[in-house]
Design a protein around this ligand. Structure first.
Ligand code: NIG
Ligand code: FE
Length: 396
């Protein structure tokens, strides 16, 4: 992960008519066809950033939760008092599909200005067949305008109020009634579950994910976020593509995930926003050979943050990742965390020409400056995704 190839002498990227990289290297070494339009850029060109974990479809912000936390109530207690995920569920159920589409489109545009060219987006604020489908249809209908979207079904994000006394019946509903419809309609590529004490147990999460596999969905899991419960071990047992959060992962979980193909996705913005001092054990997992990605977890409750470069800067300062590891974590390994390691996340022949340009002189500045946006342009499959944001400044 610490091994980046940086081209600094007359570099060029040759893109074919289908939006894939044909070649990359010194301009003078490339075989450039006669009919070729050329775009000259200034700064450092990165692989487009891949945000592998967001909850971008929601209604209202959760401003009251934020203030309650400042007054000393923690995330789970706020949820128990009627805030938390269930307040976002109420908001999504009350908001029209058109309004959700408008909000989601605006948020995706901001993610694009921050350099993300691929964004995973989860449902999970509907928690009924009708409202989950509404969220997934929003995701489907806003797809196609840049950035590129990877849809995930998260029907098991929380137990809705109407099933509070019988959570296993809600798991039945997710597995037997929601998932087959989601699978049949092709509205999701992944299924995710919030495996956490007080939300879904490991056994309930296993039922959800085994059901998802039967419906042709790939697997993700919110695991060991606040209290370790064996979520990482479950992810490895089931061959999940990623296990996300992991701030409270057990020693056994660290060993299991490090030796597996499951990508460990860390979400440092969440821990920061919730005011928690514990962080995921990035150094231990990297040292043991695990693959690590960083994502925003963009959502109204625990991470209203949208910048992957900021997550990279926190990866360095909070998780003690090296700058190269942080850049890999928002590109190569972000792509792996959405099952796209072979198609995106690298500027290499055969990969999609998803590119992000930053107004920096040294690539390490990407994960150094924070609270500023140094992304100036981006492309998805060779076509402009975002072109020019504010005034472009080199800060050193
Ligand atoms: O990843 N932990 C569960 N889900 C989200 C938070 C959702 C919310 O609070 O609305 C997360 O942090
Ligand atoms: Fe999340």
């Amino acid at each position: 992960m610490a091994d980046l190839e940086v081209l600094d002498k007359d570099p060029a990227v040759l893109i074919d008519d289908n939006g894939y990289v044909a070649d990359v290297g010194r301009r003078s070494d490339l075989e450039i066809p006669g009919e070729c339009s050329e775009v000259e850029v200034d700064g450092v060109l990165f692989p487009g950033f891949v945000d592998s974990h967001t909850h971008s479809v929601f209604g209202a912000a959760r401003l009251a939760d934020h203030e309650r936390r400042a007054r000393g109530t923690d995330y789970m207690a706020i949820a128990a008092e009627g805030g938390g995920i269930l307040s976002s569920v109420q908001s999504v159920r009350e908001t029209s599909k058109e309004d959700l589409k408008d909000l989601t489109t605006r948020r995706l545009n901001v993610l694009a200005t921050l350099g993300s060219t691929t964004v995973e987006v989860k449902s999970g604020y509907g928690l009924s067949l009708e409202a989950e489908l509404k969220q997934l249809e929003v995701i489907d209908e806003v797809s196609g305008s840049a950035p590129d979207i990877i849809p995930t079904f998260l029907g098991a994000h929380e137990v809705p109020a109407e099933h509070r006394e019988r959570p296993d019946e809600y798991v039945d509903l997710v597995v037997n009634e929601m998932m087959p419809v989601v699978g049949q309609k092709g509205l999701a590529r992944f299924c995710d579950v919030f495996c956490e004490p007080g939300v879904f147990t490991v056994d309930q999460s296993r039922r959800v994910l085994e059901g998802a596999r039967k419906c042709g969905l790939m697997l993700k899991i919110h695991a060991d976020e606040l209290d370790g419960s064996g979520g990482a071990e479950l992810a490895v047992e089931l061959g999940a593509v990623s296990a996300d959060h992991l701030a409270a992962i057990s020693p056994g979980g660290i060993e299991a995930i490090s030796q597996s193909d499951t990508v460990a996705v860390f979400l440092p913005g969440t821990m920061l926003f919730l005011g928690k001092s514990c962080v995921a054990p990035a150094r231990q997992i990297i040292a043991a050979g695990g693959a690590v990605a960083l994502a925003t977890d963009f959502n109204p409750g625990s991470s209203p943050g949208m910048s992957l470069p900021l997550m990279g800067a926190m990866g360095v300062s909070q998780l003690r990742m090296l700058p190269a590891e942080a850049v890999v974590a928002i590109t190569v390994n972000g792509a792996a965390a959405v099952g796209e390691a072979a198609t995106r996340g690298q500027i290499a022949a055969g990969f999609r020409a998803d590119l992000t340009l930053a107004s920096v002189r040294d690539w390490r500045e990407l994960v150094y400056w924070y609270g500023v946006n140094l992304v100036s342009r981006s492309w998805v499959k060779g076509s402009p995704c975002h072109s020019g944001y504010g005034s472009v400044n080199y800060l050193s």
